[in-house]
Design a protein around this ligand. Structure first.
Ligand code: URP
Ligand code: ZN
Ligand code: ZN
Length: 493
């Protein structure tokens, strides 16, 4: 045989092109992408007829929390590397970048990196890499950025909120300075932690404890102020940042203005800010159900806000669309969303509801099904751009002959899949709910292929990939625009 796999009759979509091409795969790589019919004389161990379905690069989800200790409220994240990557692959995500969180009490980053490798190794259905979360930018930790680079890690996340992780502005500058020196991209969670704490106290003074008050405890102003501060710190240090999980139109406007001035400011949004609103924190029937949609930033005011976030994807304000998969079980008052019940408030307090939602499996199907993004833009924000920003391109996120891994989604032909309502029982995570229950979906990957191997076959046995087939991927530097003045940072005098 000439090839390991041939995919015929697809409508191939990349971030730059849509066309009728056939694809040949050999030794885990994209070997050929040729006009339809161009491989008719070739033989392959397996041939898949895409029947005019879209053929796209596998999804790259660059914001995933797995097997993390309590950092965002009470409780450890529900999914481990096995269940999280299983859920990813069943929704068409072939590469995930998860977090390796350094605690405030730790001096070094390298123990965290080693421990996270141990959690992931031999347990993943997807390929994977890590972003280090810097909880303590100690002299030791800052001096280790060069080692991170040599270990194939080229990004960090820092927080402007959460007691367990919050850095003050001087510490943020310390991180940005060293990140700049090592060509590392810094992700920033931009919410003003002190405003959130103050608002939480104000709400509790008024005995407002229900899950829905998580919304007002995280006002848009806290995100907008921190976003502008993060942009200012990045501009001062002339170094690229990515602002994670942006939810607020006014924050998006600051980002767009900075980008229009030529600054290397990148931004991420997530399906929860496209599909959920404040009403989801206060569902009919009241009670505690709203806890299922507690995340930070919270779902915002109205569908008009969601529309602005969709527009930001279309106009390039948002570089990437990630899941921020950070799941906690609902029916679990030790590790989950339920909080201690007391006489004063028998349903528990929003303050203790851990922040985060599951969504690694639904990110691609929900977004594609909505039909609101141009197809190339969909591939750009869910696959190509995360690969470019985080140093995985062109190995991941594309279908480049001889360069890209054969990570491929073959979707259903348009109109072939009957619209259905999403149900948690269809999903493969280790979580007892999805915040997207009942949402209408009309697309799902028919096949998902990781390095040339079919790992998801929806019409067949479903999950056919193996735990441990997923490999750690060493990353290089971002291929998106970096500092405006490369070279050593100079103190402005
Ligand atoms: O609510 C969220 N986003 N939880 C995950 C933690 C984080 O800040 O990314
Ligand atoms: Zn965050
Ligand atoms: Zn997150």
């Amino acid at each position: 045989t000439d090839y390991d796999l041939i995919i015929r009759n697809g409508i191939v979509v990349t971030d730059t092109e849509v066309g009728e091409y056939d694809i040949a795969v050999k030794d885990e790589k994209i070997a050929k992408v040729v006009a339809r019919g161009g491989l008719k004389d070739n033989k392959a161990a397996r041939v898949i007829d895409a029947q005019d379905g879209y053929v796209m690069p596998g999804g790259v989800d660059a914001h995933v929390h797995l097997q993390e200790p309590p950092l965002f409220g009470k409780g450890s994240t529900a999914d481990n590397y096995e269940s999280g990557s299983r859920s990813a692959i069943c929704g068409g995500t072939t590469t995930m970048v998860t977090f390796a969180p350094q605690k405030k009490t730790e001096d070094t980053l390298l123990d965290t990196l080693r421990d996270t490798h141990a959690k992931a190794k031999d347990n993943c259905y997807t390929d994977y890499s890590f972003h280090l979360i810097v909880g303590n930018p100690s002299t030791t930790a800052l001096s280790e950025f060069a080692t991170l680079r040599s270990e194939g890690i080229s990004s960090l996340k820092i927080y402007m909120t959460y007691e367990a992780l919050q850095l003050h502005d001087g510490q943020i500058l310390d991180v940005l300075l060293e990140a700049r020196a090592q060509s590392i991209t810094t992700m920033i969670h931009a919410e003003n932690g002190q405003v959130i704490d103050w608002m939480t106290t104000q709400l509790e003074k008024r005995k407002l404890f229900a899950p829905k008050y998580h919304g007002p405890s995280h006002p848009p102003m806290a995100e907008v102020e921190a976003t502008y501060r993060a942009i200012s710190l990045s501009e001062f240090m002339d170094t690229p940042i990515l602002i994670v999980h942006v939810s607020t139109p006014a924050a998006a406007a600051h980002i767009k203005a900075a980008q229009d001035r030529g600054l290397p400011i990148y931004a991420e949004t997530c399906p929860q800010y496209l599909f959920l609103t404040k009403a989801d924190l206060d569902p009919p029937g009241g009670g505690f159900e709203g806890a299922k949609c507690v995340c930070a930033p919270p779902p915002r005011e109205s569908e008009a806000d969601c529309d602005v976030i969709w527009d930001g994807l279309a106009n390039g304000t948002f570089t990437i669309l990630s899941s921020d998969h950070c799941p906690f079980r609902y029916n679990d008052n030790v590790h989950g969303k339920q909080t201690p019940i007391n006489e004063e408030y028998p349903l528990g307090h929003f303050r203790y509801i851990p922040n985060g939602l599951p969504g690694i499996e639904t990110r691609l199907p929900l977004t594609l099904s909505a039909g609101r993004l141009d197809l190339k833009k969909f591939v750009e924000v869910t696959s190509a751009n995360p690969a470019k920003l985080y140093g995985l391109w062109p190995r991941k996120g594309g279908l480049v002959e001889g360069e890209s891994d054969a990570d491929i989604n073959i979707w259903y032909p348009e109109g072939k899949m009957k619209e259905f309502a999403l149900k948690n029982e269809m999903l493969h995570h280790d979580v007892d709910y999805t915040p997207f229950e009942g949402r209408k979906v009309r697309q799902w990957p028919r096949y998902t292929i990781l390095r040339g191997k079919v790992v998801w076959d929806k019409e067949g046995e479903g999950l056919v990939g193996g735990k441990g087939y997923g490999q750690f991927v060493r990353r290089g530097v971002s291929s998106l625009k970096g500092p405006r003045n490369p070279g050593e940072w100079e103190i402005p005098l």
